[in-house]
Write a protein that binds this ligand. Structure first.
Ligand code: COA
Length: 144
């Protein structure tokens, strides 16, 4: 498995299949996808993209850190889950984020994925909330 930087456009098929199935492709285009400080990582197995994650320079005022990254669009193809690909993407991302003088990463985690984030060192903040059409979420963060 190889982790590589990919473009926003490369993320759309997996975002669509895994995160927004049956919904218009436009729902897979995230604000800031092509901003200069945004980066996207992909895990490749035999040249096939199997797992993705995107990182946006964006502050959540619930946290006091001045410089933060927002993790979004974390997804692994269903036949490739449980093999460590998402954790590997995060292991590559954290030092890049630190190099950008940011020491906090946060995400609005699906409650169904909360266990994954806990395994990679994230903690919860506040209460579960609902995202229409997607389901229950919880704010999570990790200090780097
Ligand atoms: C959540 C998701 C991104 C995890 O990807 P993955 O490549 O399977 O993750 P990894 O293999 O790196 O998992 C790391 C660890 O977390 C565990 N884990 C993975 N998904 C989990 C989940 N949903 N709940 C609890 N634990 C989970 C794995 O078993 C593994 O544990 P181990 O270290 O003891 O073996 C993937 O299952 C997915 O795409 N789910 C659907 C979309 C989604 O919910 N994305 C998150 C949106 S917030």
């Amino acid at each position: 498995m190889k982790v590589l930087r990919i473009s926003a456009r490369d993320t759309y098929p997996i975002r669509h299949q895994v995160l927004r199935p049956g919904r218009p492709i436009e729902t897979c285009y995230f604000d800031g996808d092509t901003d200069e400080q945004t980066f996207h990582l992909g895990a490749f197995v035999d040249s096939k993209l199997v797992s993705i994650a995107s990182f946006f320079y964006r502050r959540n005022t619930k946290f006091e850190e001045e410089n933060q990254y927002h993790l979004r669009g974390m997804a692994t193809l269903p036949d490739s889950t449980g093999r460590g690909y998402s954790s590997e993407l995060l292991k590559v991302a954290f030092p890049v984020i630190k190099q950008n003088f940011c020491n906090l990463v946060w995400c609005n985690a699906r409650v169904s994925a909360q266990g994954f984030y806990e395994k990679v060192g994230f903690e919860t903040h506040g209460e579960v909330f609902d995202v229409p059409d997607i389901g229950p979420h919880i704010l999570m963060f990790k200090k780097l």
